[in-house]
Write a protein that binds this ligand. Structure first.
Ligand code: NZQ
Ligand code: ZN
Length: 390
């Protein structure tokens, strides 16, 4: 097992009514003036924002609001949030929403504590020790940003979408009420399920040997997600399925499913170029297209790892040919995503062959070359994987 540093400082308040405890929990931690950050209309429409505001009022915590985070959040609104925090002496940022809102909140919490423009952190990836504390009321299980060390933000002017990692931006508090996810459209539920499953794939497939304690946890999460996904799509108000998926989404990306391994993350890099190219592309949908294509391209490095995954996650019987078993596991992966209603080709996302070359400069800038771990990829590999996905 590789050496690792791992800290998960997030306190989770999980279950029905979790959001009613926002005020009390923030007061316990000394919050006085909070920026409540949210997305489009869903949190307002459901009454969630009003309940959160009432909880803050009851605890005597002042709050100001900044809504309008779009999926694939953009740095323009982050800058607006930074300005509000600096001018308003805000001491906590509270994200009410999904990964996009949480990521925007993380960027704001960084930007509020530095003199430079916040994009400089995304550009240079330099460490930033000063970050406002962050709390999250999660409304969609997917990105795992409620406990992760990462934020991913787009800069439309530069045509880039890129991540920034900082241990200090892991949320301090995450309120997770599965009932809040009952209102998710089926497509968003499915994209979230795909995303969390892909976080496990990124950890499981790398160039390192077995790490049974991590691998078995990872495989067990994959099996759980596979089992819960059809339940929640058949019955969107099935509390237990929603609850299992919500907790799984956090476990898939807070770090524990990859510790002691190298991890890969090439496919996330390939997907982020798609949602930078067209911000209307949903991250999970992009992954559903790209992951099987990446698998086909790289599986020859270690087909046995794919065969193991096929056996343990999809219950495939060994055929006697490891190569054939690897292909079966890849086919099952694509079929699983398709069964959720996810796309299987770039064409369905509106991406064409002539778009591929235009993504190469930003892919190189964001990931460096070579990138990935299971197989070290260069830009020709990336081109080949995109072409497979067409
Ligand atoms: O904006 P509103 O109206 O709230 O609608 C949202 C949005 O349209 C809707 N939604 C969320 N909760 C809802 C709801 N609709 C009805 N009922 C609810 N309870 O869902 C849509 C998608 O929301 P978004 O926050 O974009 O989803 P997700 O959590 O999948 O986040 C995606 C973003 O996270 C990034 C992705 O790249 C993408 O930008 N990621 C962040 C990571 C991290 N920070 O660690 C890791 C991931 O790999 C990922 O890259
Ligand atoms: Zn992801």
């Amino acid at each position: 097992m590789e050496n690792f540093d791992f800290a998960s400082p997030t306190e989770f308040v999980f279950g029905r009514g979790a959001e009613e405890r926002v005020g009390a929990k923030l007061a316990e931690r000394g919050a006085r003036r909070v920026l409540v950050h949210f997305g489009g209309e869903s949190a307002r429409r459901s009454g969630l924002l009003d309940r959160v505001a009432a909880s803050l009022d009851a605890a005597g915590i002042e709050h100001l609001e900044l809504g309008g985070v779009r999926p694939n959040p953009e740095v323009g609104l982050v800058r607006e949030g930074v300005r509000l925090c600096k001018e308003g002496a805000v001491d906590w940022v509270l994200a009410v929403g999904g990964g996009s809102v949480v990521d925007s909140a993380k960027a704001i919490a960084n930007g509020a504590c530095i003199a430079e423009d916040v994009w400089e952190l995304f550009e240079t990836k330099r460490p930033n020790p000063d970050v406002l504390p962050i709390a999250v009321v999660l409304t969609i299980p997917a990105a795992g940003s409620e406990a992760s060390k990462n934020t991913v933000v787009s800069n439309d002017e530069l045509g880039r979408k890129t991540g920034y990692a900082n241990e200090r931006q892991r949320p301090q508090l995450a309120f997770m009420n599965p009932e809040l996810t009952f209102t998710l459209p089926p497509f968003q539920t499915a994209a979230g399920i795909t995303d969390m499953f892909c976080h496990l794939l990124e950890c499981f497939f790398d160039d390192y040997g077995p790490v049974p304690v991590t691998d078995n946890l990872n495989l067990s999460l994959m099996r759980t997600i596979r089992a819960e996904a059809p339940r929640v799509l058949a019955d969107p108000e099935c509390y237990d399925a929603r609850a299992n998926l919500m907790w799984a989404g956090m476990l898939c990306h807070q770090g524990i499913a990859g510790v002691g391994r190298h991890e890969d993350w090439a496919t996330h890099g390939l997907e982020h170029e798609l949602s930078a190219l067209d911000p209307s592309i949903t991250h999970g949908a992009g992954l559903a297209v790209m992951f099987p294509a990446w698998m086909e391209h790289v599986h020859g490095e270690n087909p046995g790892r794919f065969a193991q995954y096929g056996r343990e996650v999809f219950g495939l019987a060994a055929s006697g040919s490891v190569e054939a078993d690897a292909w079966s596991a890849i086919d099952e992966t694509r079929a699983f995503f398709a069964s959720l209603g996810m796309p299987t080709t770039l064409g369905e996302l509106g991406v064409a062959e002539e778009d591929i070359e235009g993504m190469m400069p930003t892919l190189r800038a964001n990931k460096g070359v070579p990138f990935g771990s299971f197989k070290k990829l260069d830009l020709d590999d990336a081109r080949a994987i995109y072409r497979r996905a067409l």
